[in-house]
Design a binder for this molecule. Structure first.
Ligand code: MN
Length: 255
């Protein structure tokens, strides 16, 4: 190689946040942005260069960040404020953080407009749906009769339920399987699907476990956590590889 080695695609990863953390006595009332290192490890391993997107309402700044990115991972996190999909909070609603909602909904909108590859994970799938006008079940156990257990006690490295994949979808072209086993750490799910998305994957109880946007080059959301299993699970690895491949292509087309 004579210095022509292709730069890794730059992958923006959204954050969750906590108040102060270990340093709260130094900066009372301030937040720390964080995300689990599993997301960046998976991106590193599959050929991307991960970079965290801070929580901010500065739209110009988010625009400028997305201008430089070649792909976006919308990560897991707390519940989305139901106000963003036109509902009042029900008793089963969990923790919400409006600042993260505003950041991620803005990032999703900008990325969709630019046709950046997007991988939505767990809450990320829900952000994709809400950003395009869809709604959510605020709490599966209290709203969906005879739902299976979607909030596994085992950690994210363990797969606990099956999902059924439509054969005519990008996700199926990646996995080449109609049924795989995934992990499950969510108590919310898609209720009304945004009209720009198609559902690709369901659990036995009829809930949507993945969706994609057929009018974009790569927009896939999954309700499970491939970042928890990518080291051992071939399908999780395939999903990250496909996303990074699409991001490389986006980078190439830009240069
Ligand atoms: Mn599930």
């Amino acid at each position: 190689m004579k210095g022509t080695k292709m730069m890794r695609p730059l992958i923006g990863i959204t954050c969750s946040r906590v108040v102060g953390g270990a340093w709260s006595q130094n900066s009372p009332g301030h937040f720390m942005d964080y995300t689990f290192d599993e997301y960046s490890s998976a991106v590193h391993h599959c050929g991307g260069a991960p970079i965290l997107i801070p929580t901010t309402q500065n739209h110009e700044s988010l625009q400028s960040i997305c201008e430089r990115l070649n792909g976006v991972v919308l990560t897991g996190g707390p519940d989305i404020d139901p106000h963003f999909y036109g509902e009042e909070p029900l008793s089963g609603l969990g923790e919400i953080d409006e600042a993260i909602d505003l950041t991620e909904l803005a990032v999703a909108k900008i990325a969709l407009k630019k046709d950046l590859p997007i991988l939505g994970i767990c809450r990320g799938l829900q952000v994709l749906n809400v950003s395009e006008g869809g709604t959510l079940y605020q709490d599966i156990p209290s709203q969906v009769k005879e739902s299976i257990n979607h909030l596994q006690k085992k950690d994210k490295r363990v797969n606990t339920h099956n999902v059924h994949i439509d054969g005519n979808t990008v996700l199926h072209s990646i996995f080449k399987r109609k049924k795989i086993r995934v992990n499950s750490r969510h108590h919310q799910a898609i209720k009304d699907l945004a009209s720009s998305l198609i559902a690709t994957t369901w659990t036995q109880d009829g809930l949507i476990e993945a969706a994609e946007n057929p009018s974009k080059s790569f927009v896939i959301g999954v309700q499970w956590h491939p970042e928890g299993t990518w080291e051992k699970d071939p399908f999780s690895k395939k999903l990250f590889h496909s996303f990074i491949r699409a991001s490389k292509l986006a980078a190439k087309q830009k240069s």
